[in-house]
Write a protein that binds this ligand. Sequence first.
Ligand SMILES: [Fe+2]
Length: 399
Amino acid sequence: MWHFFSPKIFYGEGALAALENINGKKCFIVTDNIIKELGFLKILTDILEKYGKEFSVFKDVIPDPHEEDVMKGKDECNKYKPDLIIALGGGSVMDTAKVIWAMYEYPNYTIDNINFNNPELFNFANKAKFIAIPSTSGTGSEATWAAIISQDVNNVWRKGSFAHESLVPTYAILDPVFPKGMPPKLTVDTAFDALSHALEGYISAWKNEFSNALIPKAIELIFKYLPIAYKDGDNLEARDYLHQAATMAGIAFSNSQVHIVHAMGHSFAAVFPTPHGSLVGLFLTYVLKYCLNAPGDTNESILLYSGLAKKLGWAKWEDDDKKSANKVVEKVIELQKLVNFTSNLKDLGIKREDFEEKLSTLIALCYQDPSGAMAPRSPTKDDFSRLYTYAYDGKDIDF
Ligand SMILES: [Fe+2]
């Protein structure tokens, strides 16, 4: 037996209107100050007022949320007693709201009670349904069953994944009116996060036929529409399709899992705070090459990426598998160049001495990150060290 989880999805221009027919009157909105300043919160509250719904707003979510900050939201939610929890924002907002949702259902929980071994969590969403409205096109959190929250572990803010299948949002509303406001750099970073979800999810240990069906379409849409949205942020068609692609990749990786790229990205961000998308998009090409270089001329990653490249028209059906598989990495590098994506750590402004001093901590954090467990090739400490070092210098992976 296997499983595949997904929220109910409303998408396209005007998708917010779906709120009219979702049962529930009292809404607890989780968001952040930027969303308020951009006027996005007002778009949502105007619609809620139009449909006669009441609301209370918690807008203090910070990027890469810390446990203590999430608890403030939980206390407000438990006082308000909503029957809908609405997350409007990026991954940090949606992840915060998921934990609030779980702790509203189970007020005595600590964050560590949210884990996939907790059978009580199968009895869930009795007090409130959860609606995720992403404002960026990347994290896929609107479709996943995990919340990434940082905890203080020996003075390092380590990103922990708090996951249970019941945390998949009840609804995801993908309205392009929100990502339309993203500046070019954020558009690119978040799209590379989605691309990383898709490409990691395609070769991870939990890959399955449902995720493999969604991933090629998500990749096709990102390659087609990211360059358009990068140049013309107001292009609603590009925004709409990128938004759909991010959720497709989100559903796919939520069920198939990411691996080394995200383990390296989470670990690096814990030591050198950097936007998630710019890290995973950066590590992506190095890790993919490393997976393709696994022993054996026809390892599984080669066969899978060869098929993917052929499906996407990047290689001919008669082409050699290794060459076709490497085409996937070449196309990602091509896309990075097209949208001015920073492809090595040196150019991100990380000082070499700081990087070298923290390298052993980064490697240790990678082994503590649960994402790494699903990797198609298991990096040794030396592999992680070389992956980071090659990514620092922008050097081609040759191992
Ligand atoms: Fe991600």
